[in-house]
Ligand binder design. Structure first.
Ligand code: OAD
Ligand code: ZN
Length: 250
């Protein structure tokens, strides 16, 4: 742990009024939700082209639904961890706190974060592929493949590979990224675009970039300060009000 960098980051945080947290699967790892890449990552065992792909959903909706029902259960049983809570706590001390997340697990809102832009959707929402009607968890989960009143297939409101990101969430995220003092990258491999563009928008606009991850990533070179450790350990220390040294952080 680089103590000097930790102090520098703390000082920047102390003097900032707006902060953005750009989060990925790693922020929820300590809540028991598996990440996609790396050791034990979901995509090392299962094929995204089968499970997170619209054409395959039309071919094999039962298989895709079996997978998302399992994921819904994992998410329903999970709880926000100290990383989500530290991010929500930050609302008490910054004028503006924005969470831009690639996660679909709703844990930032459950932790109390108010401004949350979900770039890849939300597993607690679903919609009909035929008429577009939205359903929350009021779909019949006993059905192998839930159907809309109009007869169309219902799918989870999750952005699959090759699909567009929700336009307004993306635009609002870009604005927040371009206008923040501090931009904190938490628990993301930073390899999935266009979401990862947010990091570049913040960098171009002169934000101080902090990265929190258990290991180096493709975007580490963009960070002014990188802290390698678990988000649930590092973030509460980094964001706490009193200015302790970073010793014993990891
Ligand atoms: P990844 O699985 O690609 O990356 C997770 C990152 O979290 C890795 O860099 C890990 O090192 C790090 N990590 C793991 N545990 C951690 C912990 N306790 N504390 C801090 N960091 C930790 O997940 P994402 O970057 O979120 O897309 O992946 C981006 C997108 O790819 C996802 O949103 C998903 C996936 O396909 C969709 O579902 C559309
Ligand atoms: Zn319908």
């Amino acid at each position: 742990m680089n103590d000097e960098k930790f102090q520098e980051a703390k000082e920047k945080i102390n003097n900032a009024s707006s902060i953005v947290f750009f989060t990925g699967a790693g922020v929820s790892a300590e809540s028991g939700i598996a990440t996609f890449r790396g050791v034990d990552g979901i995509w090392t065992k299962l094929k995204p082209e089968e499970l997170a792909n619209f054409d395959n959903f039309l071919k094999n909706p039962e298989m895709v639904w079996a997978w998302y029902k399992y994921r819904k259960e994992v998410v329903n049983e999970s709880k926000p961890n100290p990383a989500h809570l530290a991010i929500a706590e930050a609302q008490k001390r910054f004028t503006e706190v924005t969470v831009i997340t690639q996660n679909i697990d709703n844990l930032h809102r459950r932790a109390g974060s108010k401004t949350v832009y979900e770039l890849h959707g939300n597993i607690q929402r679903n919609y009909c592929v035929k008429c577009g009607t939205f359903y929350n968890n009021d779909i019949d989960i006993e059905d192998k493949v839930p159907k809309c009143k109009c007869g169309g297939l219902i799918r989870p409101d999750i952005v699959w590979f090759g699909e567009m990101l929700p336009e307004s969430e993306f635009e609002l995220s870009e604005i927040a990224s371009r206008n923040c003092d501090i931009f904190v990258i938490v628990g993301t491999s930073g390899v999935v675009y266009p979401a990862a563009n947010m990091i570049f928008y913040a960098k171009e606009s002169g934000a101080y970039i902090i990265e929190v991850n258990i290991e180096r990533t493709e975007v580490s070179y963009l960070a002014n300060a990188s802290f390698f450790g678990k988000a649930g350990t590092v973030l509460p220390r980094l964001l706490e009000l009193d200015d302790n040294s970073g010793q014993n952080l990891l």
